[in-house]
Every structure is written in C-alpha cells, then in structure tokens.
Design a protein around this ligand. Sequence first.
Ligand SMILES: [Zn+2]
Length: 261
Amino acid sequence: MDLSNSEIVHVKEGPIEYLQFRRLLQYKDILKHAYSLGIDRNFRTSVSNYADAMNDYKLLCDAINLDVKNIVKPLQIHSDIIKVVDKKSQLHELNSDGLITNKKNIILSTTNADCILLILFDPKQKVIANVHSGWKGTLQRISVKAVQKMCMQFQCKAEDIIICICPSIRKCHFEVEKDVKELFEKEFQDIEKNYFIEEKIVDKKWNIDTVEINKQILQKEGIKKNNIIDSGICSVCNSELIHSYRVEGKEYKLNTAIISM
Ligand SMILES: [Zn+2]
C-alpha cells in the first residue's frame, strides 16, 4: 500500500516507513521532517513503553539523518499552550500542545492517533513549529495562536509561513452528537457553517470537518491558501498504516510528526 499523492511522498526504507510533504522537501538542505507510518511503531513515551518508543524514534531519526538525542516533545494536554524551545533535553517535560524554535538541531515532535498535527515553517525567518490540535485544540484555535506567536516572537510574516497538515481523522469519520456540534457552531460563527458541519438526518448525528476549520481560520490570519498543504489522509480510513484512537480503542498507540532545521 502506498499513500503517496500530489502533496506527499510515502517512503519505505528498510524497517521504517514515513510520509514527507513534497513542498517541505524543496527546503531539504535546511529542513528535515517526517510523519511516521506503521502500526508496529508506537511513539508513546510513557514509562511502560519508553524503551520501545525511543527505539522507534531512533529508527525514524536515523532514516532522515537526525540525531535522536535532539528530540523535544510536549506533554500534550489538549490546551492552547505553545512554548518556545531553545535547548535540548526537554523530552516530555513541557505541558503544552505546540512547540516553536528558531534553533538548529532541535527536533520538535508531536504525537497523534486521530488528532490533527500541523507542522509550520517560515523559510524567510527560519522558524519551525509543531502543533497538536485535536478537536479541543481546534476549538481553542491553537493553530492560529502558533502563527501569532511565530510572528510576535520571531518577526515572521503570516504570508511567508508554510503549514502542513498531517494525517488525522477527517470529516468522513469525525461524527459527533449535539453537544459537541453546538460547541463548534458557537465558536466558529465567523465561518460559513456549510463548510464544516454536515448533518446526518437519519440518526441525529453530525460530521465535523476540523481540517477545513483550521484551513479557514489560518487563511483569515493571513496564511496564503497555497501555503496550506494538506496530506488529505484520514487516520480511520487508513488504520492499517496509521494509529487511530477510534479504531484501536483504549490501548491505542501513537504516530509522530517530527521537524528540525
Ligand atoms: Zn475516514
């Protein structure tokens, strides 16, 4: 099975498989990145899985010529907190859902199993960010807050920032009940409702397109439409290669997105 499409390349190298965004590969002299594939991998750095996770991180980092020792990983808490990182050895120590750096040789890593992960790159100011935006993070507009922080702290301009959207649950599978639907309606009154909510008349459920919401609010923030690169891949539809909370249940494992200059 090959997930390559017009925006992404599916790389298989020895024991490891991953996706890369064609757009970011244009900068491969200064930027490295990957989104992990394979349900045998698990990037959950909990105590019980730590050794296996670090082994998987090493395989993935080796495959794209990064040093696994440089990984920085937030303790994701479904918040809108974004932290600036300027030194290594902060694995799993930061209570946040987004990381930004302008330093070389720091690998920013987030993990998901259905949530949206966004990787951001400003090729002019040489700043990178990695953001975890599940449906709660999307309601808090964390992707927009990451852009704002890049602009405020590193003099980036929104028009220069490239944003890549990794595989996540998509509208086809993100079904919610009335309570959650109403949270989205209330928060996103600035977006045409038909863009992101679809009602299933029969069973009174609603499908929400959280990827489309992120695209819309990022464009309102000044991100150019052609600088938003969407993998277009649903984690539930592709659960034979990508971990999905909805498919795997309570024992779900984690994928990772990594980016480094
Ligand atoms: Zn799907």
